[in-house]
Design a protein. Structure first.
Length: 356
């Protein structure tokens, strides 16, 4: 199946000049990149390859002013991997095991050369000339702006929630009464740049100086909330975070738009508790831990009634994880997170090919 899907991919279209082959209309790169696109891949080789193909159509990429750095979190092998490695202006780093999104971003930025980093999820797609728009945006930004969240749209063009208020215990509790799409993020209906507390990491532009000054993303976060934490730390150092709705990407498979496997729920709860322990006072974090444990107990009872043994086991893991996170027991937490990540390979691979 993988080979068949790869053969249908645009990187294998021989009816037109291939993206990896120069034509007379494509000048040889003559400059060092000013913009580095970092893509973290996990079981999304088709989406990653198609996004890379789109990015390389811009004049900035063809002139060498932009590079694409892919960091793979130990996905199963795929025929497109070797094709991506051979593309000019593209580099690919593979981890020997899944190290999580934050560590992968840090590695991608370490390998990059640009003055700006652009984080893009593999399940995003971009319009023609997108990188040229991004470069023009960087020239219009004041020096105190460290982070810019781009406009994120659904596949049908509707505004997708991509920014949010600073998480507090009260907001987390009230969020349980909101639709899933609005619990953490908000869909900003604005036409001009506005300052925000944080913006999602699926389409995030970061100034190199800002990232280096605050030490990159916190690797304590495996998946989710690392963007909230990063923006909070940047703001504490005097950097400003903006939302720019006019430079847009489409995000095809956001978390709130699909069924959440129990193993992924474990990851989201780990991220939330890690944030709470890091940024809130002790009693607030402990109270949140109690809420997470209670929610898990209720979900476990429902799963037991429905005969879903795997979900029953995961919810037991979530309660143990909550205790370990709040107690600072890192070894047990890492073990549970890695096991959950491995179990999500099939769910992640099911989203591959959604962007083309």
């Amino acid at each position: 199946m993988a080979a068949a899907a790869a053969s249908m991919h645009p990187l294998n279209d021989h009816s037109a000049p291939r993206p990896g082959v120069r034509t007379r209309a494509t000048p040889a790169p003559t400059t060092s990149p000013s913009l580095s696109v970092v893509i973290v891949n996990y079981c999304q080789w088709q989406n990653t390859a198609w996004l890379t193909h789109q990015l390389r159509q811009s004049a900035l990429a063809r002139s060498g002013g932009a590079e694409v750095v892919i960091v793979d979190n130990h996905s199963p092998n795929h025929p497109l991997r070797k094709k991506l490695r051979r593309l000019e202006g593209v580099s690919l780093r593979r981890f020997g095991r899944n190290r999580g999104f934050a560590r992968a971003v840090n590695e991608g930025c370490r390998l990059s050369r640009g003055d700006w980093f652009l984080l893009l999820n593999p399940d995003t797609s971009v319009p023609p000339g997108f990188l040229d728009e991004v470069e023009a945006l960087t020239h219009r930004l004041d020096s105190w702006i460290g982070v810019v969240g781009l406009g994120v749209r659904d596949a049908d063009g509707a505004v997708q929630p991509s920014c949010g208020p600073t998480p507090t215990l009260g907001r987390i509790i009230l969020g349980l009464l909101r639709p899933r799409a609005e619990r953490r993020c908000r869909a900003l209906q604005v036409e001009e740049r506005v300052e925000v507390p944080w913006a999602t990491g699926c389409a995030l532009l970061i100034r190199r100086k800002c990232l280096e000054e605050i030490g990159g993303f916190d690797p304590a976060f495996f998946l989710y909330y690392e963007d909230v934490d990063f923006c909070r730390r940047a703001a504490q150092r005097g950097w400003r975070i903006l939302h720019e709705p006019r430079v847009r990407v489409k995000h095809h498979t956001p978390l709130h738009g699909r069924k959440v496997p129990a193993a992924l729920l474990l990851m989201t709860r780990h991220a939330l508790l890690t944030y709470a322990r890091k940024h809130w006072s002790g009693w607030r974090a402990r109270l949140l831990g109690g809420i997470v444990a209670t929610e898990s107990l209720v979900r476990q009872a429902v799963a037991w009634k429905r005969g879903r043994a795997e979900e029953v086991a995961i919810h037991q893991e979530i309660r143990q994880l909550a205790r370990e996170v709040l107690a600072g027991e890192k070894r047990g937490v890492r073990s549970r997170i890695r096991a959950a990540a491995e179990s999500l390979q099939t769910a992640s691979a099911a989203q591959d090919g959604a962007t083309w």
